[in-house]
Design a protein around this ligand. Structure first.
Ligand SMILES: *[C@@H]1O[C@H](CO)[C@@H](O)[C@H](O)[C@H]1NC(C)=O
Ligand SMILES: *[C@@H]1O[C@H](CO)[C@@H](O)[C@H](O)[C@H]1NC(C)=O
Ligand SMILES: *[C@@H]1O[C@H](CO)[C@@H](O)[C@H](O)[C@H]1NC(C)=O
Ligand SMILES: *[C@@H]1O[C@H](CO)[C@@H](O)[C@H](O)[C@H]1NC(C)=O
Ligand SMILES: *[C@@H]1O[C@H](CO)[C@@H](O)[C@H](O)[C@H]1NC(C)=O
Ligand SMILES: *[C@@H]1O[C@H](CO)[C@@H](O)[C@H](O)[C@H]1NC(C)=O
Ligand SMILES: *[C@@H]1O[C@H](CO)[C@@H](O)[C@H](O)[C@H]1NC(C)=O
Ligand SMILES: *[C@@H]1O[C@H](CO)[C@@H](O)[C@H](O)[C@H]1NC(C)=O
Length: 910
């Protein structure tokens, strides 16, 4: 009989230890195997976590297995997250514990942050190697998972010993604030405890930890009133309501035999608003004449002293729970409280337990959190997808960037080369704040989805995937798109003309079935080189604009002018990959195309440019670099690399390169146009001078091209080295530093602006008077003396607004400041030009009205509207001439290009 009983109770015991409470998760961080502890809790190792290192620790008197190991992480700006499954609309306790144990043999007590999702939960401050730090949070689950993250180590390395999740039941810890606040556990005290040991599972089915009031801790339950006595009972206590404190806790209490119970303790996390409740059960037998009535006295809170506690009456009986408290009370860090008996009470106050939790405001987190979670769930085995936590808070996932709004949005996704398979996740199109998307170098299939909801998108990289279908024309409608790479996919159809017309870096090569299609808009392109190149660029632009000006009423829709620019900008090496991607011409191909370098069309510090025509009739400009302009292979490869990456409206297409027999050759699209030299200050100036607004528009276009190089080249710094420039445009600082910088380009651009104002060449032996050969010195003298008229091109015949002229003149002077750091940035210059343009347009409109009045000279209103509406997208007729143009020092047989005739007028486009 007794044996049976024994077996039965053993079975029960085993049953109890097997029947882990539902919703319990006990992670033994750094542990190696599952085990069940003596309480019956089942621990699992956190070995699925791919971050951090694990190590053993050993602390005297700590024999629990879960405290023999821990996991630690590098102290950096990453967050390290545990993601736990939860059931929605259910309340939980999450507990993280930390036993340092000098695991790193450093004896530096770590300090770091712990967060629950986006919410900063606590700062863990280790102050003793052998003491377990415990943090507990009560929350209502709203998502299917929670993440607990460690981050921001300010000393030592972040680490964790255990992570425990305990599920509540019914309305336990329901508060009216729970959708916006967590409860951070500050004090949970078992009064009258029979030992120092806490009460927890299985006595508490929810495994809360009820600390013993006899535990000796600094600032914990001091100032105890004389006459305080522990009592206990073995009677069962009815705890079936409220927060369901464990019976074991309710079976002990303290009573104030002298009429008072007083305590003082520090409340972690306070001052603040909190949830504070007392747990009472009458566990003494009160005689018929006896009564126990008392009040809470909180110094400084007279209102709280009004309510009288009569446990037995309130609980409607003995051994029953009565749980009064304050769901929202403001409490100080050092809490002193007293329960004092009322004058008509025969018994002193009694207290079984008390719990104080601080409200912790939930951070709403990133607006895109669920989208990111759903994207990550598609790749659940990948490391990057398992980082967990809010994408933006408290620190970023490694593969995203966010804006700094209180509820941040994702601005950048970087999943290049992550072996992504399947379609482009549609959820990405819901990221309404997305600015950059990098999905290149994966194995993505399917079509490019509609990103028109992501109106902030500027940069899209989808190259080197297996994408099929056509390029959605919605891409062209992205107002801010400036970089689109789709090369080396399996795209088909035609490139939407909207994209070709956009001010955009576009690469769609390597899509065998993708055709360029008809290119309706213009994409005038120029390759910008060094400071010299910048100068040259503008010259070319101006030249082609002259042509535009000439025939602006009748230009062809289909034809386009193409401009090409030599020049040098050596960039830090981007590696040989891009160079290999650029087409490599053989020397014999080049020789054939140029007919043994027959026609020289330009020359300068960089070398000589020849005209050529490939087998399929394509006209090319071939730049043969002088041997000393490129000091070695590396520089050449740098330029090739850069050029092959650049694709911009203002840049001419780079076709390839050739490096053979000691020759370094760059091949560009050929551009038909005249040169600045001829058109601005050549002998034929008078019959076709370009007006001021056109000059401004040209300047704007060119400035944008230069700015693009300064800012848009993929973060590449422009480390220029030995470059020989054309005298007159070259940054004077260069002579000292032998370094060309962005500010060197600004200098050169300033020279161009002065040329535009004056119609004078940069260097002249005659134009600038005695002892002055340089436009900069000459213009400076005039402008600084307030004599701007003295430098304005007479061929403008006074048709300009003096204010816009002054704006440009002053900016030009800023650009040619001797010291680079005094010069403005290109974007400042652009802004100034744009201001000048709007001033000039206003003035021009007025002139237009005035000139259309009777007796005024007739004017052509079309010229005004077309110059406004089609400024940057005008198509040019391909001239009849074969003469290539556009180089600063280019030579052209006289006249022909001036006689080219417009074919048809382009339709108006917004
Ligand atoms: C450890 O426990 C977890 C959860 O209870 C279980 O999924 C896993 O299979 C166990 N591992 C071993 C080795 O028993
Ligand atoms: C370890 O436990 C023993 C007995 O409980 C105690 O005397 C000793 O002070 C404890 N040591 C530490 C370091 O806590
Ligand atoms: C990191 O911790 C320090 C000190 O605890 C704190 O001042 C800082 O604000 C924290 N940084 C973040 C990003 O939480
Ligand atoms: C959870 O609630 C159910 C029903 O209210 C109850 O039967 C059960 O005992 C509760 N569980 C705990 C651990 O209190
Ligand atoms: C507590 O009560 C006892 C007996 O009534 C008395 O002797 C003692 O002085 C009281 N102590 C205090 C602090 O009031
Ligand atoms: C608590 O009360 C204060 C003051 O009335 C109020 O500002 C606060 O929102 C309330 N709730 C919480 C969770 O703090
Ligand atoms: C991609 O997959 C290949 C082959 O399975 C593997 O070698 C490579 O490491 C993977 N790369 C990444 C970034 O996961
Ligand atoms: C476009 O991409 C192809 C393939 O990666 C590369 O070879 C070429 O250089 C790129 N062109 C530009 C202008 O970036």
């Amino acid at each position: 009989m007794e044996a049976w009983l024994l077996i039965l109770s053993l079975l029960l015991l085993m049953g109890a230890s097997k029947a882990q409470m539902p919703g319990f998760i006990s992670l033994d961080c750094g542990g190696a195997a599952n085990f069940t502890d003596e309480l019956g809790l089942e621990w699992t190792p956190d070995d699925e976590l791919m971050y951090g290192e694990t190590t053993k620790v050993s602390v005297a008197n700590e024999t629990r297995k879960q405290y023999q190991t821990l996991r630690y992480f590098r102290a950096n700006d990453m967050k390290y997250c545990y993601t736990l499954q939860v059931t929605g609309r259910t309340r939980y306790l999450v507990r993280a514990t930390f036993l340092y144990g000098n695991f790193d043999n450093n004896n530096v007590y770590p300090k770091f942050d712990i967060s629950l999702g986006p919410t900063h939960w606590a700062t863990i401050v280790i102050s003793d190697a052998d003491t377990i730090e415990v943090q507990e949070l009560i929350f209502l689950a709203s998502d299917p998972t929670i993440s607990v993250c460690l981050s921001n180590a300010t000393t030592g390395q972040p680490f964790i010993s255990t992570l425990e999740l305990r599920q509540f039941n019914g309305s336990v810890y329901l508060t009216q604030y729970e959708s916006q606040f967590y409860l951070s556990v500050s004090a949970r005290i078992n009064f009258g405890a029979d030992s120092d040991a806490p009460v927890r599972y299985p006595d508490d089915p929810f495994d809360r930890i009820w600390e013993s009031d006899s535990l000796k801790k600094a600032n914990y339950l001091v100032d105890v009133a004389a006459g305080t006595e522990k009592i206990s009972t073995r009677m069962p206590i009815d705890v079936s309501n409220g927060e369901r404190p464990p019976q074991k806790v309710m079976q002990t209490a303290v009573v104030g035999r002298n009429g008072s119970l007083t305590y003082r303790l520090n409340l972690d996390g306070f001052p603040g608003f909190g949830w504070a409740f007392s747990y009472f059960a009458e566990i003494e037998d009160l005689g018929p004449k006896e009564s126990r009535k008392f009040r809470l006295v909180l110094p400084g809170y007279p209102d709280y002293s009004k309510a009288v506690v009569n446990i037995q009456e309130n609980a409607q009986g003995k051994d029953r729970l009565y749980e009064p408290g304050y769901p929202n009370i403001s409490l100080p860090f050092v809490l002193s409280f007293r329960f004092g008996k009322t004058s008509d009470s025969s018994m002193g106050p009694l207290l079984n337990a008390m719990e104080i939790n601080k409200y912790l405001k939930k951070n709403d987190g990133s607006l895109d959190g669920s989208i990111i979670a759903s994207v990550a769930s598609l790749y659940s085995t990948a490391d990057w997808a398992r980082e967990g936590g809010d994408p933006c808070l408290p620190v970023l996932l490694s593969w995203v960037q966010c804006n700094s709004d209180p509820q941040p949005r994702i601005t950048k996704i970087v999943l290049s080369g992550k072996n992504l398979t399947g379609n482009i996740p549609l959820d990405l199109t819901k990221l309404s704040g997305l600015v950059e998307l990098w999905l290149d170098g994966n194995v993505l299939i399917g079509t490019i989805p509609d990103f028109s909801g992501c109106t902030d998108l500027e940069i899209i990289h989808l190259e080197n995937n297996q994408l099929t279908g056509s390029m959605p024309s919605s891409l062209a409608e992205l107002p801010n798109l400036r970089e689109l790479y789709v090369q080396n996919n399996k795209l088909s159809g035609t490139v939407p003309s909207g994209l070709l017309n956009k001010n955009l870096v576009l690469n769609y090569t390597g899509n065998v079935n993708l055709r360029k299609g008809s290119n309706k808009g213009s994409n005038s392109k120029v390759i910008i080189g060094s400071s010299v190149g910048a100068a040259i660029l503008l010259i070319a632009t101006i030249a082609s604009c002259i042509l535009m000006q000439k025939g602006k009423k009748k230009y062809s829709k289909k034809d386009q002018i193409e401009r090409t620019m030599p020049g040098q900008r050596l960039v830090s090496s981007l590696g040989d990959a891009a160079k290999e991607a650029a087409h490599c011409f053989t020397l014999s191909e080049i020789e054939d195309a140029t007919r043994q370098f027959e026609r020289k069309i330009g020359s300068g510090g960089f070398g000589v440019v020849y005209y050529g025509q490939t087998n399929d009739g394509k006209e090319i400009a071939v730049k043969v670099l002088t041997s000393n302009s490129y000091q070695g292979k590396r520089e050449f490869s740098n330029e090739v690399t850069l050029l092959s990456r650049i694709h911009h409206r203002n840049l001419v297409q780079f076709l390839g390169y050739c490096q053979e027999e000691g020759k370094s050759i760059l091949v560009y699209e050929f551009m038909h146009s005249g040169t600045l030299k001829e058109h601005l200050y050549g002998p034929q100036t008078h019959d076709r001078s370009i007006n001021w607004i056109k000059r401004l528009e040209i300047a704007e276009d060119a400035a944008k091209g230069i700015e693009y190089l300064h800012t848009g080249s993929d973060g590449t710094s422009h480390v220029s080295s030995i470059v020989r420039g054309t005298v007159g445009y070259l940054d004077p600082e260069y002579y000292i530093s032998q370094q060309l910088t962005d500010k060197s380009d600004v200098y050169s651009f300033g020279v161009i602006l002065l040329e535009l104002i004056s119609g004078q060449e940069a260097i002249s032996n005659e134009s600038f008077g005695v002892n002055c050969r340089n436009i900069v010195q000459w213009a400076k003298l005039h402008i600084e003396n307030g004599d701007i008229q003295g430098i304005i091109d007479p061929s403008l015949r006074g048709e300009y607004d003096i204010q816009s002229m002054w704006k440009i003149a002053e900016k030009a002077l800023m650009c040619v400041q001797p010291h680079g750091n005094m010069r403005p940035s290109m974007s400042e210059v652009i802004k100034e030009i744009q201001d000048a343009i709007s001033i000039e347009r206003g003035a021009e409109a007025v002139r237009e009205v005035v000139s259309s009045l009777p007796s005024s000279p007739t004017s052509d209103p079309l010229s005004l509207s077309s110059s406004i509406a089609h400024r940057s997208t005008v198509n040019f007729s391909r001239p009849n001439t074969k003469y290539p143009q556009g180089f600063r020092d280019g030579r052209r047989s006289s006249g022909e290009s001036r006689r080219r005739e417009p074919r048809e007028r382009r339709g108006s486009e917004p």
